[in-house]
Write a protein that binds this ligand. Sequence first.
Ligand code: SF4
Length: 244
Amino acid sequence: MGPDAKIFRELASVASQLRWTVTGLLWGGISYRYVASQESKGTRNDLCQSQPDEVVLTRGLSDIQQDLGECRRCRLHSGRTHIVFGEGAASPRLVFVGEGPGFDEDRQGRPFVGRAGKLLDKIIIALGFRRDQVYICNVVKCRPPNNRTPDADEISACSSYLVQQLEILRPSAICALGACAAQTLTGTTSSISQLRGKVHKWRGTPLVCTYHPAYLLRTPSQKAATWQDLLRIQRILFGGQEGE
Ligand code: SF4
């Protein structure tokens, strides 16, 4: 490598660190500790290579959507306006999984389009993506009445669709937003405060659990903790996998 290329690399590294510093400070006025050594570990890491042998997938997302049809497999069908299947990139590096559609999502048939969705958009940008470069979906596809937490039997009825979505998308990382998604994907009943702060695995894929954007709107003091979770995702995607 010539001296010019070396200088360019060093400048790019400094620019990257600066970007994360500024983004962190702007994102809700959060202070945080940036671990520069993680960034300097270098190149992007395609974690798909470390996943188990892939089954040849002959089905796509549109096939799952077709299977869903006008689904009535659980009682949530009765109050819905639209099934909110999910949306985003066909081969995303990152998938966000929330709990279920709210009022705006139910009306529009799209995930995370209300106030919480606006905050998720900021999170996505903070991670260096555009919304159309990630995939966003929920554990249940129909809005629970009054935005209540889905019941266990509703989650059980709907979660096979989520599993199929994730198996087809095969992202490099999954971010579970809130307790319902975190518990569903980890198969535990632990609280979100117990599940966040570390990297789990979902069928071999790194899984980071963090607070739901709707909760952050009510409890902005938890943005600092969420920022740490975002840095965890950033390190998985761009700075080498975290082993915890
Ligand atoms: S929540 Fe899921 S399982 Fe229940 S009716 Fe809607 S799509 Fe079907």
